[in-house]
Structure formats: structure tokens, C-alpha cells
Design a protein around this ligand. Sequence first.
Ligand SMILES: [Zn+2]
Length: 68
Amino acid sequence: MSLSSLLSGLLSDSDQTTESPVETGASESDAAATTVIHECRNCGTNVSAETTRCPACDGDDIVTYSID
Ligand SMILES: [Zn+2]
């Protein structure tokens, strides 16, 4: 096994598990007239748009609201 193939395998694995931390209560009140809320249906935690699994309760039931 070569070192380079081992490293590239590790790098591609880490790409799939990258998750950004979620901060609740962050308000973005500029530009867009429509606010989209992504929220865990199980515990109500606000998550980011690309989040598919709740960081608080590990649930995967994310609901999306649009607020004008
Ligand atoms: Zn949750």
C-alpha cells in the first residue's frame, strides 16, 4: 500500500462527516424578505439549512418554515 492512496482515502472519508456547529438564537435580519427556519421536530432546536440531523437530540426529522 502506498502512503498517498492511504491519505486520499482518509481525506475522502472526513469529507462526509463534516458538520458545522449550530448556534441557536442567531438572527439574520438583512437582505432577504423571507426568513426560512429549519427546526428539529423532536426538540425544537434551530438548525442550519444543510443540517439533516439534529445536533441536540440526534433526530433526523427536520422541518422547514418560511416566514414573510
Ligand atoms: Zn432535536
